[in-house]
Design a protein around this ligand. Structure first.
Ligand code: ACO
Length: 439
């Protein structure tokens, strides 16, 4: 079942604004799921005022037909398809195609795209030497961002994308090579030889092969791990105007190419309040496991505004009921861990923290629930992924979303460079003082 696409928001009854004795009418638009926005595109020109919305919690930066979230109802849909329907059958590559091109791939499209991914998996040999320029201790997210930017130097022909065929070339290269770069960043950090991509392997087993195979000893990916990993990538694939995607759009709005824009997305994702939270969750659980602090004490600290501590993996700007991705990952963690004999004490600690927080008025009143990062870390750890690669895996998952948004923005008529304004709070007119007259 597909409901008709509504490419443009529908105008509905305008809003009235009363300001300094004057009345203004502001257009109101409605999206395809009934969400409404006041269009303030002419506000400054007509009233001389701007809006102030620190952190953009009330600001719609664009219209978009890619992903729908209803945070109160815990709904997440990619191109209209509920996220729950991706549990069993599709591969990450199908979902990537869906997000980027707007429809599920036909068999031919899927085969052709998969072949492209296999064909483009190698990175230029000279890029390999660039890894040597990073210290062993370099965080893989730093290497990933730098190397995706570096990729743009090898694909000058893909800086300007004219049509979907060119987009497909660029997307296939990025989605394939990010995996190779991620694996090489990991191998470099361990002082291990690089392992070339294996054309006989699918997307996830190939990544794990490049990370974990040793010369003359091939890593074999268990089917359960492949499935769970695939789901993790799918659940991270897009989340509408989150911090990193907004960054990709912001950078892309200046006309920057897809590679440079996605490199900026990686940097935005790195922060602990965004994709870096999956690492912070593990650090928190480890601290508790090592006996440095009890779960009860940790929750108490998270509530104390002077402590600077937050319950990592809890809370979300949009989800105020539950994060459907967290629920799905929790279920997979419960099923997978016993089967791959990784009975992880951190899972028990996570359960305990969740139990305490969900019955505490502080968290209940503020509608703070576990988010996707709360369980993804435990799952990745059970699969043998080292903690410093967690956010890298998130970036691999999020890349199709970034590409889809970058392209959607570039194709939207009337697009402008993203350039917010501010309310200035600094000095009034001040004279320059030569050095000798300064106090
Ligand atoms: N622990 C304790 N208190 C919290 C937490 C938390 N994890 N999250 C929010 N709060 C409190 C805030 O202190 C604030 O309290 P107040 O009203 O008394 O001042 C209230 O809840 C609202 O929080 P905000 O920070 O205003 O919420 P915002 O929407 O700006 O931030 C965020 C959302 C960044 C996710 C926040 O909940 C957080 O820091 N969580 C922990 C980090 C995390 O898990 N990030 C991953 C997000 S998902 C993702 O990026 C994939």
């Amino acid at each position: 079942m597909t409901e008709p696409l509504n490419p443009n928001p529908r105008p509905v009854e305008p809003a009235a604004l009363s300001l300094e004795g004057k009345e203004y009418s502001l257009p109101v638009v409605e999206g395809s799921e009934g969400e409404r926005g006041i269009d303030i595109g002419r506000l400054r020109a007509e009233t001389g005022h701007i809006t102030l919305d620190t952190g953009y919690g009330n600001t719609g930066s664009c219209t978009s037909a890619i992903t729908f979230i209803d945070g109160d109802a815990g709904i997440l849909r990619y191109r209209g398809i509920p996220i729950e329907q991706f549990v069993d059958s599709p591969t990450f590559i199908e979902v990537a195609w869906l997000l980027i091109f707007g429809h599920l791939p036909s068999e031919t499209e899927y085969q052709d795209f998969s072949e492209d991914l296999t064909r483009f998996a190698h990175i230029d040999e000279s890029m390999k030497h660039q890894f040597e320029g990073f210290p062993r201790s370099a965080p893989p997210m730093a290497t990933l961002s730098a190397m995706i930017n570096a990729l743009s130097c090898y694909h000058l022909d893909l800086h300007e994308l004219e049509d979907e065929a060119e987009l497909r070339h660029a997307a296939a290269r990025l989605i394939s090579k990010i995996r190779t770069i991620a694996a090489y960043a990991f191998r470099h950090s361990r002082g291990l030889p690089y392992v070339y991509p294996d054309p006989g392997l699918r997307y996830v087993p190939n990544l794990l092969h490049m990370m974990f195979s040793q010369p003359y000893s091939q890593y074999v990916c268990p089917i359960l791990v492949r499935k769970a990993f695939n789901l993790i990538l799918i659940l991270h694939a897009d989340h509408e105007q989150n911090c990193s995607t907004s960054t990709v759009r912001m950078v892309g709005s200046s006309g920057a190419n897809l590679f440079a824009s996605c490199a900026a997305g990686v940097s935005a994702l790195w922060g602990p309040l965004h994709g870096g939270a999956n690492v912070a969750v593990l650090d928190m659980l480890e601290q508790i496991h090592q006996g440095n602090v009890t779960p009860e004490e940790y929750v108490r600290l998270a509530k104390d505004k002077d402590s600077n501590v937050r319950l990592m993996g809890f809370g979300h700007r949009v989800y105020k009921n539950f994060d459907p991705r967290a629920q799905m990952l929790q279920k997979v963690a419960e099923e997978l861990l016993p089967q791959i004999s990784a009975d992880d004490p951190l899972l028990d600690i996570a359960r305990r923290l969740e139990e305490i927080a969900l019955s505490d008025p502080y968290f209940v009143e503020r509608k703070l629930y576990p988010n996707v990062d709360f369980y993804s870390g435990i799952l990745l750890r059970a699969m043998g992924i080292p903690t410093n690669m967690f956010t890298v895996i998130f970036a691999i998952g999020r890349l199709p979303g970034w590409i889809a948004h970058w392209w959607e923005q570039s194709q939207t008529p009337g697009g402008r460079i993203a350039r917010p304004r501010q309310i200035y709070t600094g000095n009034g007119l001040t004279d320059y003082l030569p050095m000798e007259r300064r106090p």
